[in-house]
Design a protein around this ligand. Structure first.
Ligand code: NDP
Ligand code: 2IT
Length: 446
């Protein structure tokens, strides 16, 4: 890293203590951007990076709600409005007990680059709460969502900030949040994405992140003259992204042999396909946070407390959460002949693990490129809402596929242009940065 970037990173750490995930996300981007800043001093003199690491606005609020026993519960709610240079703030809401300011700032920061890569006009944001949906009744989730939106509604809008789902926020939660927004504003607008099909949602949005990641991996494999046919694939997580990836990998002829949860991972040599993929939806909806139920249901091995990366596979798709591939996992994957790692989750690979993949020269895509299909399809949902019109499954899937192919090619071409061919991390960071940075320059000191 150049001296300039080192100082910037040190300042970010000093100014934002106790936010290790945010530091990590900034460091990864700075490493790539050194290549750009050397060629373009105008970004330095306009302090574009110094501005980009500072959110435009952070909203933090109390979320009081009552549980089924009548006890009062207090959670913390957040919305990070990171960057609006290229469009309204856009990004998901995460409900998980681990949620804090630093995690949401890392996610919002990543979102700025990701949304820029989608080619659609969306700025970056992220939000959520430390609310734990595990074991909560539908009524409790509804009361929580209504209370959360009772504060959030005044900060968002279809042309201002458009939230969506993330970990712990799926169709049910988006429904409760949308209902409360509509009641408070007396407006039916596309203020959230991931809506139900009957009330403004887009076909393919539930599948989009996993489908998009698989299309991206397919493009990466094609650069080596390969495809998914006959490939063994390890997926982690068992939520929305893991489910979509399992569907598309199977459709393209690959064999998904693992899924995982906080309790361990399932190994299914026969392949997770058909009704077994449908079963993932049941697992997720059960709210139990357990993947072992799959092993019991289909009588396959379960590895308690282990991550799936010890399995011999051709392709790894981490789809659970941040920092779930560690250095030793990366070494194991490489040793076992894995040729492609495609991130479905946000920042699932630690910096140390990333170095292992890069030194081994295997195909590696950062989440901000390969999981962009989710937010891209959210962008398509916004377009449909604005037109008051719905595209068919084929139309949305086709657009998603084209967008993922474009993101892939942009990353590859940009990486080559900046002298690091095949480095998708550099390609994604640089291409994502340039569009936002140039827009900021155009718009003056904001
Ligand atoms: P879901 O809530 O549907 O699923 C999350 C999955 O990850 C669950 O299996 C969850 O188990 C598991 N998980 C969460 N924390 C841990 C942990 N500490 N250890 C092991 N497993 C864990 O979320 P999504 O599928 O929507 O999100 C998964 C990832 O994809 C996240 O990184 C998210 O930011 C990212 N992403 C999501 C997009 C979307 O459109 N939904 C778009 C782009 C990226 P549990 O929660 O039960 O602990
Ligand atoms: O991380 C992400 O890109 C998401 N959770 C999806 C965001 C969105 O607005 O659809």
């Amino acid at each position: 890293m150049t001296e300039y970037s080192q100082k910037l990173l040190a300042d970010v750490k000093a100014k934002n203590p106790s936010e290790p995930e945010f530091h990590q996300a900034v460091e990864e981007v700075l490493e790539s951007l050194d290549l750009v800043l050397q060629k373009h001093p105008e970004y330095r003199s306009a302090k574009i990076l110094e501005r980009m690491v500072e959110p435009e606005r952070v909203i933090m609020f109390r979320v009081p709600w009552q549980d089924d026993q009548g006890n009062i519960q207090i959670n913390r709610g957040f919305r990070i409005e990171m960057n609006s240079a290229i469009g309204p703030y856009k990004g998901g809401l995460r409900f998980h007990p681990s949620v804090n300011l630093g995690i949401l700032k890392f996610l919002a920061f990543e979102q700025v680059f990701k949304n820029s890569l989608t080619t659609l006009p969306m700025g970056g944001g992220k939000g959520g709460s430390d609310f734990d949906p595990k074991g909560k009744s539908d009524n409790e989730v509804m009361r929580f969502c209504q209370s959360f939106m009772t504060e959030l509604f005044r900060h968002i809008g279809p042309n201002t900030d458009v939230p969506a789902g993330d970990i712990g926020v799926g169709g049910r939660e988006i429904g409760f949040l949308f209902g409360q927004y509509k009641r408070l504003k007396n407006e039916f607008t596309g203020v959230l994405t991931g809506k139900g099909l009957n009330w403004g949602g887009s076909l393919i949005r539930p599948e989009a992140t996993g489908y998009g990641a698989t299309y991206f991996a397919q493009s990466m494999l094609q650069t080596k003259g390969q495809d998914f046919a006959g490939k063994r694939v390890a997926i982690s997580g068992f939520g929305n992204v893991a489910w979509g990836a399992a569907l598309k990998v199977t459709e393209l002829g690959g064999k998904v042999v693992t899924i995982s949860g906080p309790d361990g991972f399932v190994y299914d040599e026969a392949g997770i396909a058909g009704e077994k993929i449908d079963y993932m939806l049941k697992l997720r909806a059960s709210g139990n946070d357990r993947v072992k139920d799959y092993a019991d249901e289909f009588k396959v091995p379960f590895h308690a407390g282990k991550r799936p990366w010890i399995t011999k596979v051709d392709v790894a798709m981490p789809c659970a959460t941040q920092n779930e591939i560690w250095e030793e996992d990366a070494k194991e994957l490489v040793k076992n002949g894995c040729l492609c790692v495609c991130e479905g989750a946000n920042m699932p690979t630690t910096m140390e693990a990333l170095k292992v993949f890069q030194e081994a020269g295997i195909l590696f895509s950062p989440g901000k490129a390969s999981n962009a299909g989710g937010v891209a399809t959210s962008g398509l949902e916004m377009s449909q809402n604005s037109m008051r019109y719905n595209w068919s499954t084929q139309e949305v899937d086709q657009k998603l596929h084209t967008i993922m192919k474009d993101i892939h090619d942009t990353c590859l071409n940009t990486a080559a242009m900046y002298g690091t061919p095949g480095n998708y991390v550099n390609g994604a960071n640089i291409a994502g940065f340039l569009k936002v940075a140039n827009s900021m320059l155009d718009q003056g000191l904001v």
